[in-house]
Design a binder for this molecule. Sequence first.
Ligand SMILES: *Cc1c(COP(=O)(O)O)cnc(C)c1O
Length: 475
Amino acid sequence: MESPEGLLRTAHELSRAYLDSLPSRPVALPVTAEELRASLRWPLSGRGVPGETVLLDLAAAVEHGLVATAGGRYFGFVIGGTLPVSIAADWLTSAWDQHGTFFVSSPAASVVEEVVAEWLIDLFGLPEHASCGLVTGCQMANFTALAAARHAVLAGAGWNVEQDGLRNSPEITVVAGAEAHVTIHSALRMLGLGANVLSVPVDPQGRMMTAALEAAVRDLSGPLIVCAQAGNVNSGAFDPIAEIASVVHERGGWLHVDGAFGLWARASSRYRDLAVGIDHADSWATDAHKWLNVPYDCGIVFTAHPAAHRAAMTLDASYLQKSEGAERDSLDWVPDVSRRSRAFVLYATLRTLGRDGVAELIEGCCDRAVELSRLIAHDDRLEVLNDVALNQVLITTRQADGGAAVKAMAAAIQREGEIWLGSTSWRGRAALRVSVSSWMTSADDIRRAADAISRAADAAGIPKSSLENTVVEVS
Ligand SMILES: *Cc1c(COP(=O)(O)O)cnc(C)c1O
């Protein structure tokens, strides 16, 4: 085997070159799978190839297929970049290769995870006794939280779901806002709760309407789980969580909050009140790989009911060595058994940023989202569809045939490579979808984005000052 020294040096140099290229490189260029296959698909050799050669070949071969999500001009989905200290801590995590499963398999990973959980609970203002698990992403965080919810509401009805399964169990009513993220539905599906989810209407920003929730649950009795959201994936809007919590708890239900990116608003005194009352929920799911800007993958789940959380996730076998004392075995809190020790990256990132650093990261992105919406208002062909209350901006054209125009604009933007964003549909209108989630996005990147969007309107053939074609807003 080659010594690690040369390989790590090469990895370091290649990483540096990539990171240095982020400010100037196109965000993404059109590339086909066939082109990438042509440079990657070697027959697997018998004797192998020196690692050094492989790393250099790999970096060259993937170059045109890399998407600069780590840079400042990527606005697609809700992605986020990677902070330098997070990348460095991620390298260490790989070198240490800790089996973050039991206390005995890595005492260090176990205790670092404990500390990170305490910091996050404090940062988000969640109940001090909350339980926490680190998972791959918010999908799995939603799954884990809803498994705990399933345990608790059935236990309340005298049923042990871990022991007896769902067949013949008391029926659980599951309620979610009409704008619940798709991963809430897939998590429910994996838990055998996917059928007959009651959908509660939302207001024009996508927020669950409390009166409609009240009406939906008024005549219900029995186990109840309600899924609310902090940060709509399109508009960024927050459900009125304090009001929802009191409706749910009056009926003895469990309130879960999907806060994949929105939970981070709690780290800022400016945005904290968007999620007022969120500490009254029973469980929370969020991501660190989105707004905290750590590398993939890192989702986080919390519950206010550690016993239910543990009961839903724990496992044991004769050959395992679980801790008997107060030590943390991570596998009690997550669906995984063997897993990456994600806590090292969170520890390094949170300690480096501090409270103020996290708040500045969140507020900076929100400021840039507002700035973009202000610049967009200068182009009279375009309009912003949502209240830019957080980091999300939905942009559409005033043209009558907005759908085709928006599609053409997104295609033009993606072809050009100056920025990257996708499209969505918001309350029946097609829109470009912008998420400002990277620490790297600068005021200059926002100007470049606004220019790229205007150029895309030109490319889509939308005439300047085309106000005679305006659609009248339907209220
Ligand atoms: C991104 C997102 C998810 C899913 O998170 P992953 O980390 O991709 O698994 C869930 N809910 C919301 C609101 C999101 O934005």
